[in-house]
Design a protein around this ligand. Structure first.
Ligand SMILES: [Cu+2]
Length: 185
């Protein structure tokens, strides 16, 4: 047994670099935050949400982040929130696949745009609304297979001799000779 820890150290290092890059933290509305007058459908466009990602809602006082049912989302019905938070900085971890619906619980705010629907995809195949967490997503997240280190090009160390300085002067010499020949003719 020489040192079995070395491969584990390498593996741990690789995981440390890979795992955080897989879980993305999305700031809802980006710099606008969680507010009225922002189109969150536009904000979600082009984004892919996966299990393990999280949403951060930043907002001032007088707003809430309520997870609601699809029907409450569509009709902007407040008062039936599955979860609710009004801390001003709500982080929601996306733990399950499917579409999650969030609205502001203050009357009128949902209608003014504070509604967000996020469709969360699984790691592999999208399983629409699994009733119970019986089958966890298989952890076969394609591990990057041994990235080949950038092979340094074999630098043929040219000795700093006059040979390198010769070629430019030789070119000048040839040019001068050519010019002379033209001048002679
Ligand atoms: Cu609000």
């Amino acid at each position: 047994m020489a040192s079995p820890s070395a491969p584990f150290v390498c593996l741990t290092l690789v995981l440390c670099f890979v795992v955080p890059s897989l879980a993305t933290v999305y700031t809802v509305g980006d710099t606008s935050g969680w507010t009225m007058g922002t189109d969150y459908t536009t904000w979600t466009t082009g984004k892919t949400f996966s299990v393990g990602d999280s949403l951060v809602f930043n907002y001032g006082g007088g707003h809430t982040v309520d997870e609601v049912s699809p029907s409450d989302y569509n009709t902007c019905t407040v008062g039936n929130a599955i979860t609710s938070d009004s801390s001003g900085a709500t982080t929601i971890a996306l733990k399950t696949t499917g579409t999650h619906y969030y609205i502001c619980g203050v009357v009128g705010h949902c209608g003014s745009g504070m509604k967000l629907a996020v469709t969360v995809a699984g790691s592999a195949a999208t399983t629409p609304t699994t009733p119970s967490g019986s089958s966890p997503p298989s952890g076969t997240t394609t591990t990057p297979t041994a990235q080949t280190p950038p092979t340094t090009p074999s630098t043929t160390t040219v000795p700093q001799s006059s040979s390198t300085a010769l070629s430019p002067s030789a070119a000048v010499l040839v040019t001068l000779l050519a010019l002379f020949k033209f001048a002679m003719v």
